[in-house]
Structure formats: structure tokens, C-alpha cells
Design a protein around this ligand. Sequence first.
Ligand SMILES: Cc1ncc(COP(=O)(O)O)c(C=O)c1O
Length: 439
Amino acid sequence: MQIQNDPRFKDITPFEKRQWLASPTMHGEELEYIHEAFDTNWMSTVGKNIDEVERLLKEKIGVPAAVGLGTGTAALHLAIRYAGQELYGKPRAFEGTLKGRRVFCSDMTFDATVNPVAYEGGEAVFIDAERDTWNMDPDALERAFELYPDTRMVVLAHLYGTPAKITEIRKICDAHGALLIEDAAESLGAYLAFSDGTSTMTGAFGDIGIISFNGNKIITGSCGGALLAHAQEVADRIRKWSTQSRESALWYQHEELGYNYRMSNVVAGVIRGQLGHLEEHIAQKKAIYERYREGFSNLPVTMNPLGGAESHPNYWLSCVLIDRDAMCPAERTETETTWTHVPGRSCPDELFEALKTFNAEGRPIWKPMHMQPIYREHPFVTAAGSAAPADQPAHTDKQSADSSVSADIFARGFCLPSDNKMTPEDQDRIIEIVRRCFA
Ligand SMILES: Cc1ncc(COP(=O)(O)O)c(C=O)c1O
């Protein structure tokens, strides 16, 4: 039945203005810095805004070096390429640094996290998620090192702003002599606070970390990314790669493969203006999360996890996980979905349709990489062992045959509108729409 004609939703009025998952929240300083770039004619990939963004990031995240880049994906590519070169040496210009090598990667994430492994000719081995943070499972990672002991690189994402079990993962990487690339695209400002009074921001645990300033992130430049490094030489080398690897010579001299990945000084102006509002944005997102938690307290759902006592998320997106016995019969093929309503039950795809009908945006949880057609032949490791290709789940398009944590969260999880500018009344209407789905 069409949601619009469904009596469960009678008397709900559509939002006049679309309610977004997460949209840019501008403050005014951004425009001043864009003007500064314009007035000084630094309409380029050089300028004060870029220098200031790099300085502010070093200060905020507590790393010695930062490089402003065009996107988070570009930052991941250069981070992974750098690590590949450190581990396996400089390849010939037409070959990737990871040719024939395996890299352990988060399974439940956006494909931007893992694609650069393929750009560099490597094979991503996907590591299942755990339930306490929805991020890479340290037990599955340990298992992966048993199965593929010669692997030397791990790429981990902190999803939806909740820090992964990163101290455990860091230890595992160190024990196996592996480099850790930390995708903090979604988790700027999230940190772990330790019992000795110290704390570490996400992005600073890895050998190299990255952030995204994509339009939907907690701080945006409309686009943009940054790479975080623990040594100035690493940052300088990567900065050079990002501007076509020009050597210091009078003419265009190239010893290494180059990219056009540098951040624009105009985009950097937006980020520079935004960065002072990070804490305010986190507080707004936290209030949204808590209002949802309260509003759903008697529905058969739980909120996305926040991690343990040390964890301080940035609450970028609020999500729900529907209880197993409250899932209505539902089936997904690769691109289509069907479900049958049963009173008291619902499913993520019904939540999606209901919100869309009333002009609000929701989204299923990231579809795990091991379930993606492009990566289906790749190995996938769960805490119980190797799940694919030998054991099949990665080859099936029926989630019911897949017992991994990431497939389960994908089947039952859903991201809710989490825009900073949403009013409590807007949010109450969203809560009511979700409630009616379970009527
Ligand atoms: C987990 C994750 N990694 C990487 C990226 C890529 O960042 P960008 O869009 O800036 O390239 C994103 C978001 O877009 C992301 O959510």
C-alpha cells in the first residue's frame, strides 16, 4: 500500500522544507574568508585559508602535520599510497604500490574508504563489524592476521561519529607490524578520553588519518578533505604529490607520480569559518540523538551505539536498529526492496518510504563491502573465521544466508534525519512518522 493512502499515517502533514540527513550549517565567517581569498586574489590552490585550515586542524586534533586536499577520498588515496610505498617500495609509474598485496579494511563503510586500495592495485580483505561501536571488530582483525599473516596494512573507518575500538586495533596493528590508516571522515571532533586524564582525537591514532569536509559532514567546505600525519616530512611529501609532484627546479621536473588533489583556497575559506563551530555542531547533534532516544523509548528499536566509557562521539548521524522480532517480512534484491506490513513491526525500507512521503530524508546503514557486487570475490573475515569466498556469504544476494554482524546491521539499521537545523517540533514529527510505521 502507498504510504500516502495508508490509514496509519492519517493526519500527518508533509514537511514544507525538506528534513535532511545532514546538510551544511553556515554561520557567516565562511563568507568573510571567501571574500578574503577573492580580495587578495588567492583564487587558487595556494593561500592563507589553506594554511590556516592546516594550522587549526593540527591544533584541534593534536597531530604535528596536516595537508589540505580536494576531498576525503583524495586524502585516503594519498594516505594508502604513502603507506604502500613505505611497506613495499616505490613502484614503476604505471603500477600501484599495492600490486598483489592484501589490505584489511572495514567492511561496513562507504566505498570511498576502500576504493583507494583498488586504485593502488591491492586486494581489500573485509573485516566484519562489532556491535559496541558498529566499526571494525578487533577479534575479526586478529583472525584475519592468522589467515593472512603477511598483510601489513589496515584501513579502518569510524562510522557515524562513534570511535571504533581503536586502541585495541592499534595494538593489534603494532603486534603485527602493520600500518594503520584511519578514516575519520565522519568523526571529526570525536575522541577517546583515558583514565590517566589524557585523550586522543579520532584521526590521530593511525599512522595516517583523514577527514572529509563533504557537504554532509559535521564541518563542511562544500567539499574538501585533509590528511593528518605524525611527521612533517610525511606531510610535505604528500603535499608535493597532491600538486603533481613537481621537484624544485626551474622547469617542470618529475621524479614521482603526481596528482591534482590540493584543496582550493576558496573551499578552505569555508572550512576555516566553520571550524570554530565544531563544538556547537557536536552539541546540537548530541541533543538530536538524545531526543530520538527519548522519543523511541517504547518502540522496538535501539539507537546506534556510542562505544564504551572512554568514547566521546561527535553524534554525526542518529540511527536506529530495529529489534529482530519487530522486523516485518522484507526482502532486498541488489537494487529493489519489498516488504509486507505486519502490525507492531516495520523495516528500514518502510521507514525510508514513510519519511520520503513526508519530505524527510533517511537512509539505510552503509551496505557492507562484502555484499557489494564490485567486491564480492574478495575475502571477508568475521570473528568466527573466514566467511568468504570459501563459506559463501559474500557471494549471496540474500541477506538471510549471511550471518555476519555487518549484514545484520545493514538489514535492520536505518539513519534518521540528523540535521543541526532541525527544530524539536520537526524532530517530534519524524519520531511520530517512525512510530506510525510500527502501528
Ligand atoms: C567513511 C567515509 N570515508 C570517506 C568519505 C569520502 O570523503 P569525500 O566525500 O570527502 O571524498 C566519506 C564521505 O563522503 C565517508 O563517509
